[in-house]
Design a protein around this ligand. Structure first.
Ligand code: FES
Length: 133
């Protein structure tokens, strides 16, 4: 087994443990990609597939990057929009919305994370979907 394959298995093991322990939101995907030298696109494809098909997290957490690059690309407005929409929801449906300093994907700003799924770039359709849920 190559080093790359071993690292992929380490990632999958971390992923499955996080699912089993119901703390997928705390899994730092960006750090794992960096530490294990994984293909960023492949990991995001994997995470997005499973995040879209299964609701893996009980508590819905949205992390909005407030680093310089992401603020310059409009994340302050996205944060405010989500907070406003969240306040109109019944408490059981409310999201936990938190600002974070950097999601380590600055060149793909604006960046946010919903559960384990990273949302990168200008396609903000996920924000509208989230508001309607
Ligand atoms: S500034 Fe937003 S990901 Fe780094």
């Amino acid at each position: 087994m190559s080093l790359q394959e071993q690292n992929w298995w380490i990632f999958l093991n971390s992923w499955s443990l996080a699912i089993k322990n119901k703390n997928i939101d705390q899994l730092n995907i960006s750090n794992l990609i960096e530490e294990l030298d994984l293909d960023t696109n492949l990991v995001h494809e994997f995470v997005n597939f499973f995040q879209d098909d299964f609701n893996l997290s009980k508590e819905q957490v949205v992390s909005i990057c407030m680093g310089g690059q992401c603020r310059a690309k409009g994340n302050e407005k996205i944060f405010a929009k989500l907070v406003d929409a969240n306040l109109t929801k019944i408490p059981e449906k409310q999201l936990k919305i938190k600002p974070v300093l950097c999601l380590h994907e600055c060149d793909k700003a604006p960046c946010s994370q919903y559960g384990a799924k990273l949302h990168l770039g200008d396609d903000l359709s996920w924000v509208e979907r989230l508001i309607k849920e």
